[in-house]
Write a protein that binds this ligand. Structure first.
Ligand code: PLP
Length: 387
């Protein structure tokens, strides 16, 4: 057995497979069982056998996932939620009060914007959307003493803008605010925001972390134990926890996260290079391209550049919609980060809810989640679909 301290010094792949795991005490099962139980027998009132009393508060399968997520992000504590948005909601409720202010990316995930605008807004939280790649704009948007959170996504969805995490942490901390980073697009394999000064990392584990498009989930990871206590209190008080089946599936996905991410990156690099010179494409957004405005920052803070590629199609919205309907291997659908390639039209699909706001996306924009199929097949599919 590798001890917990030895484990902390191990590499990412080793942590993904071992952190938080212990062979099952009764059977020796190497893979943690799905503890499908709501409650736990007590030996006398308050006499808990394994520290568990009720599965909203804690469940052994979820405990393994939470310890594993903390290790992947090099944090102290991890929390697993029923969805990415449930994780974000817990962060907002646990760490802000009505009357405070939030800075959010002007191209944030549509659901994040909706949560901030339509749920946290009426509850009393004000927000200012800014371009997180523009540090001066972030500095100007922060209200010292009133801004409680600078929220960043990097790379952003769907335009793949890059925010400089270290610099954003400096701006947030100077104003007495916390930096929260949505690390969904990068995954902890490619980027670890807590090591760059962020205070809180959130994930939609539905995407790369789970990686197989078979489970919806969310995560929060922190280093500071006071923040951990508040997130933990709200996780239990609000109750949007990951169930044991979901936790088990997410753990199953995580064991191959590093392998999958490397192949996602290999394939996305090829797709971006192919689209970059294609006459049917007017612009490619991929931080791995040297001409991308965030390329240097991404090269500094990310291991590689990820599996998401967005493009603008010559001929406008009509051609963009046609491309989405003509691909055969790229499946038309929302979501991202699974082993299979997906294509979507953000303006009509994932980002339809932000039409008419500052977060509106161009109508000729198409987003690709590049999967881990054979690269040549993906290129051939895009070639025939672009016509
Ligand atoms: C999908 C997504 C979310 C929301 O997560 P759910 O699991 O769908 O609730 C948040 N942020 C980003 C960047 C996402 O892609």
């Amino acid at each position: 057995m590798v001890s917990q301290t030895e484990r902390e010094k191990t590499g990412f792949e080793t942590r993904a497979i071992h952190a938080g795991y212990e062979p099952d005490p009764t059977t020796g099962a190497v893979i943690p069982p799905i503890y499908a139980t709501s409650t736990y027998a007590q030996d006398g009132v308050g006499g808990l056998r394994g520290g568990y009393e009720y599965s909203r508060s804690a469940n052994p399968t979820r405990t393994v996932l939470e310890a594993n997520l903390a290790a992947l992000e090099e944090g102290e504590r991890g929390f697993a939620f029923a969805s990415g948005l449930a994780a974000e909601d817990a962060v907002l409720r646990a760490l802000t009060e009505p009357g405070q202010h939030l800075v959010i990316p002007d191209d944030a995930y549509g659901g994040t914007f909706r949560l901030v605008d339509k749920v946290a807004g009426p509850w009393g939280l004000r927000h200012t959307p800014v371009q997180v790649a523009d540090l001066d704009a972030v500095r100007a948007a922060v209200e010292p003493g009133r801004t409680r959170i600078v929220w960043a996504e990097t790379p952003t969805n769907p335009l793949l803008n890059i925010g400089d995490i270290e610099a954003l942490a400096g701006i947030a901390h100077d104003a007495g605010a916390l930096l929260v980073v949505d690390n969904t697009f990068a995954s902890p394999y490619l980027q670890q925001p807590l090591t760059l000064g962020a205070d809180v990392v959130v994930h939609s584990t539905t995407k790369y972390v789970g990686g197989h498009s078979d489970v919806v989930g969310g995560a929060v990871v922190v280093r500071d134990l006071d923040l951990a206590e508040r997130i933990g209190f709200h996780q239990n008080a609000m109750g949007a926890v990951a169930g044991p089946f979901d936790a088990w599936l997410t753990l199953r996905g995580i064991r191959t996260l590093a392998l999958r991410m490397d192949r996602h990156c290999d394939n996305a690099e090829q797709v971006a290079a192919f689209l970059d010179v294609h006459p049917g494409v007017t612009q490619v957004y991929y931080p791995g391209l040297p001409g991308h405005p965030g390329h240097e920052v991404a090269a500094r803070q990310m291991r590689r550049f990820g599996g998401m590629v967005s493009l603008r199609v010559a001929g406008g919205e009509e051609q963009a919609l046609a491309l989405c309907e003509r691909t055969r291997i790229f499946t038309l659908g929302e979501s991202l980060g699974g082993v299979e390639s997906l294509i979507e039209h953000p303006g009509r699909m994932t980002h339809a809810s932000v039409a008419g706001t500052s977060l509106e996306v161009p109508p000729d924009l198409v987003r690709l989640s590049v999967g881990i199929e054979t690269a040549e097949d993906l290129l051939a599919d895009l070639e025939q679909a672009l016509g």
